[in-house]
Ligand binder design. Sequence first.
Ligand SMILES: O=C(O)CCC(=O)C(=O)O
Ligand SMILES: [Fe+2]
Length: 318
Amino acid sequence: MATVNTIPSVDLADFTSGDPARKAAFVQQLGKAYEDVGFVAVRNHGISDELIADLYRYVQEFFKLPSDTKRSYEIPELAGQRGYTSFGKEHAKGFDAPDLKEFFQFGQSVEDNDPVKAEYPDNVQVKEVPAFTPTFFKAYRGFEKAGRALLQAIALYLGLDEHYFDGRIHNGNSILRAIHYPPITQEPESAIRAEQHEDINLITLLVGASADGLQILDKQGNWVPVTSLPEQIVVNVGDMLQRLTNNRLKSTTHRVVNPPRELWGTSRFSIPFFLHPKSDMDLTCLSSCVNEKHPAEYAPITAGAYLDERLREIGLKK
Ligand SMILES: O=C(O)CCC(=O)C(=O)O
Ligand SMILES: [Fe+2]
């Protein structure tokens, strides 16, 4: 496990402390980190070690199931947005070789009378691992809560109302994705575990991946390994937030590289939470981020239309 951070780190307790000076300092630290690096390590995020251990446990149980069983949870009409996606299906935008991974996606459960409920397919229940759904549901709510606090800080940094994002992400189209990168059995040619890409969503929260491999592209064009302490989660800016802020906050390119040959026999697991707003959120560049020096770089679009475009580009939607 890493003992140092290669990315800036922040303490979410500073934001929630109720102390105005600590809160203001947090807002500045987070905003600066997202302008400069696009990635931060966050401690005191509120997701318990026990829940994270449970998540990894049930995820490993799921991926150990026979291929036929896993494939019975793959539903092509859902474009990978719920249930299982088998090895070789998703590729990064602009690349042909598919990533060396399989994954399972778990989405929103609307518990009030919000009509957005009709937009979301049901989650896929894994019969063989009964604790899978309740554990994913609990983690999903935990990530939404941590994500809401981080977006409140971002809103303040951008000069918006603190609660600008709250209603836009309530019942949002977020995805909790469990990824398995299987052992490598033959020379992978050009393919890597996850080819370089930027995330589509507003922000991504990532709990301690089970092995090294995640790297970010720095401003000088060097790949830098992302290391974080066990008690931290890594949170990065996605393309929706970069677009909304007219490139003020950076959606940094990242990838997952293959391990050295002596570790080919090992799996890697990771569980990113892609925080999405509701599909009707307007992603038009914020007026506070547009001026003579920075004219708007993007045409207006809704989050739903943007997601659709991106899912086609990565091969999940036909
Ligand atoms: O596996 C990881 O550590 C990150 C995966 C990732 O970047 C993604 O799925 O978007
Ligand atoms: Fe990513």
